[in-house]
Design a protein around this ligand. Sequence first.
Ligand code: NAD
Length: 485
Amino acid sequence: MTDRYASFVQSGAGRALVKRLGLPDPPRLRRHTPGDPLLPGPVLLGAATGGRLAGPVTALLTAAGVDVRTGTGATPPAAGHDVSVADGPAGPAGGDERAGNGGAPAGSGTPARFGALVYDATGITDSTGLRQLYDFFHPQARSVLPSGRVIVLGTPPAGCGSPREATAQRALEGLTRSIGKEFGRGVTAQLVYVTPDGDAGTATSLEATLRFLLSGRSAYVSGQVVRVGTGPAAAPADWDRPLAGQVVLVTGAARGIGAAVARVLARDGAQVVALDVPAAGDALAAVVNAIGGTAVQLDLTTADAPTRLADHLADRHGRVDVVVHNAGITRDRTLGRMDADRWDAVLDVNLSSQERINDVLLERGLIPQGGRLVAVSSIAGIAGNRGQTNYATSKAGVIGLVDALAPALAGRGISVNAVAPGFIETRLTARIPLVIREAGRRMNSLAQGGLPVDVAETIGWLAWPASAAVSGNVVRVCGQSLLGA
Ligand code: NAD
């Protein structure tokens, strides 16, 4: 459904009125179209003294066609390092606007404007070193272009060498979350923790993560913490088709978010097996006909669904590289008024059926080394929601499933992640009463609801073979909603 207020604000007359009255000002977000450059302007890259990632990040961004500048406007740091190796800093910490000329011609006097600010904070080993963040970001607070990006790279606190280092690295989260709330104009901010014990998979998944976060694919993702570990990640031949040759199952694909996931994954090169209930057969057929996929009409809650699905995947494809557990239902009532059928139906579709399917696919070895499971949770599973005890329980359970399965399947090279959508413009949210709907739409850093494609792009990134070293993450696609923040 359309957000009429956002359309009005984005018109000239609307903008003036909104500014005068101090009303929410939803910006037009930059979204991905194949062939787009990663960013609308250069990257300003900074590093704390002793950072280990600036070199490899410069190399991979430059190879991706990004114009990388350092704080002095000098030559970028030496390229070609492996992320597992400790590198020197990118150049003097604390770039400033006087020296860094960003998108402006040298000596033009035009203020610098950047598509993104990327800061390697891995060199910060105690709280006094956090001052380097201020020195870098303070002069650049107004230099980021609309729908630009801020990315801070750190070391996961659990992987730090001392309590002081762990403390300082944990502090980074406060900076990125605040920048996400402060910069406005569609600018998003994220923290990416990269393991210090990396392998080749770490480097590939760091590249995949940066490509996702810098691009318009991550339009509605902000204030998130992503962890890049180790795993059998493989770079694609073509980053515009990062799922080429992959067999992907998407449940609940007849409409809404699931249909968008099927379309985005097919656009990115996947062979999509789209599943939905028999009653949604016509809508499902329309989706698969449009993308050249295949349809499976199956109610996931029936006793023989896991074996029938496994038989289908084994017979037709011999494997399934990615499973996207998207099918979900709501049956809202406050707990005192909720009958047991509502509780059972929601828990069964949203959680138990995923477990049964995972069990059978894993037992039969249909998910190969490097395979990926991506589940759809919800911010209701993080924050809870009145009238949704059943739904929130099921969606918190999905997070529990990620926490438990990610380490359990690491040895088989299978990654497990979830997305947690916030307010997404679908039939589900169109049914919410007007006042509550408006509050849900505006109570986030981007002052608007997300689109199904925003969830689909995030699932797509987690589904890429290049993302296999990203596991155990729950990534909110909520525009940095205040709920559960
Ligand atoms: P939707 O109702 O439009 O689509 C869900 C699909 O799942 C439907 O096509 C439905 O037929 C299918 N499905 C339901 N039960 C099934 C079963 N037993 N077997 C097979 N298929 C079944 O919902 P949506 O808004 O697109 O949501 C998709 C997912 O995203 C759900 O898991 C939902 O909980 C989650 N989510 C949505 C939002 C939002 O704002 N729309 C927010 C947070 C989370």
